[in-house]
Design a protein around this ligand. Structure first.
Ligand SMILES: [Zn+2]
Length: 207
């Protein structure tokens, strides 16, 4: 039996909150159910490996997101801020297959309250690490940014490829799904929204 509780490579929050032995048993059951032999050499370690992988890719379920948020005050800075091209990897909750791509975040601070650049990436990462939908991930990122710094406006755009679509041939490989979420001034004011989207588009096209 694999000693999950004492494997320091597994995120602590997953070791404390997940039944990884049950995940291992379930993967073994799936392998048998599809007609594989879970005892053959190449598969012996697979259920435990998948359990440890799930502990990582679903660790966001148990992580306290406040750990990922650090706020600075830069007095007088209430200009639009873009954090673009944040890579992320998530798991589609309908098929448990990956969807991955880039997130672009724009916000306007209130009273100079800004987030550390790496912290925005951490927020995206934590919210990605659970069974997710692209639309909900987009909304959750916007809500967390809004809440963390009380931003007057937030715009989040995500472009992603879904393996459940591309590897099953429903769509051409490489096709992207784009979602957006607007909060505050980006929702209520068309000029602010257009300015935010133009900033993101310049980043996306590299011009
Ligand atoms: Zn799917």
């Amino acid at each position: 039996m694999y000693d999950y509780k004492n494997d320091s490579k597994i995120p602590l929050e997953s070791r404390e909150n997940m039944d990884l032995q049950a995940v291992e048993d379930a993967v073994r059951t799936i392998l048998k159910a599809v007609g594989e032999d879970p005892d053959r050499e190449g598969l012996v370690e697979t259920p435990s490996r998948v359990a440890r992988m799930y502990a990582e890719v679903f660790s966001g379920l148990h992580r306290d997101i406040s750990q990922d948020i650090k706020v600075f005050t830069e007095t007088g800075n209430d200009e639009m801020i873009l954090i673009g091209d944040i890579p992320f990897y998530s798991m589609c909750e309908h098929h448990l297959l990956p969807f991955h791509g880039k997130a672009h975040v724009v916000y306007i601070p209130r009273n100079g309250k800004i987030l550390g650049l790496s912290k925005v990436a951490r927020i995206v990462d934590t919210l990605s690490r659970k069974p997710q939908l692209q639309e909900r991930l987009t909304s959750e990122i916007a809500d967390q940014i809004k809440k963390a710094v009380d931003a007057t406006a937030v715009c989040v755009v995500i472009e992603a490829e879904h393996l459940c679509m591309t590897m099953r041939g429903i769509r051409k490989p490489g096709s992207k799904t784009v979602t957006s979420a607007m909060r505050g001034g980006c929702r209520t004011d068309a000029r602010t929204r257009n300015e935010a989207l133009a900033l993101i588009n310049r980043q996306r096209t590299g011009s």
